[in-house]
Design a protein around this ligand. Sequence first.
Ligand code: ZN
Length: 358
Amino acid sequence: MLTLNELKGYEGVLSETLIKSRMSEKTLEAMLKAIEKTLPEFRRYLKHKAKLLGHESSLPFYDMFAPINTNTLTYTYNEASDFVVKQFRTFSDELADFTTHAIRHNWIDVEPRSGKRGGAFCSNLHPIKQSRVLLNFDGSFSNLTTLAHELGHAYHGHCLKDETILNARYPMPIAETASIFCETIVVNAALKEADKENAIAILEASISDATQVIVDIYSRYLFETSLFKAREKQVLDSKQLQELMLKAQREAYGDGLDQTQLHPYMWLNKPHYYSAGLNFYNFPYAFGLLFSKGLYAQYLKEGESFVPKYNELLKATGKHNIKDVAAMAQVDSEDVSFYEASLQLVVEDIQKFIELTS
Ligand SMILES: [Zn+2]
């Protein structure tokens, strides 16, 4: 990768990723600055979770995903899809009608079956102006949000359907805009209806996801940066990779995690590191979350008048760079305060979560 980059004349591996992501260096710097500033808040959440789980010191890595209560929320598929359509309608009829169309026309492969792969994804089929969604719906709340997430991807495809095929492919950092936006609509609605126990479970799931996308991804960014630097001089063995990973995790998680119980093998665990054609398969996700949350906050402020702007923005994702796409919603993607405001929404969730569980 380093040799290829040099031969192709890129300044470095990061600059290649940024060019492919249609993202400016200033945008990345602004986002990272806001993330670094908010790390103590995530650590506060992790320390609180450690206490809830009965740890005397801070949280060991292996308990980061441990549930802290039993979530009683379950749904049949019909209940889940009705809920999603109902909440989407609070945003716009177009989003709700599109979703109903997708459900009625069997665009979604819903149930887990023997021989079917796990997980979930959405494939937008531009030539036929349709999408197909794969789910493994098990009735959990998390699967309800996955349904909303994948339908968000499908709606993104719907907004791009009349663009030429060359103008319908969007870069990674804005690939999750519509999906996370739709997820946020549904999670917020569910939170409003939830009793205390369920509210705790919903909040915890959402904060735990954000911790991965912000803090863990920050550690992966640090790891990958130091890896590329070290690899210029030598091939690294497992021990050295573990050391780089531990150093990155210490810097990202700080005293939020038990320093003696980190995860030195994350570089083995994440398949992203082995995609030879992709570097830094990480910060685009952090950008996606923060950009989408920022847009949602704007929607809450502006109400209905935000909707056409949002559709136009999704339509432009296949042809504009990130700065120009963001500008369509009056967002300056190079301004630290935009990311700080998005992160503030997570911080508010953390505060609520701590209050409810103290
Ligand atoms: Zn997605």
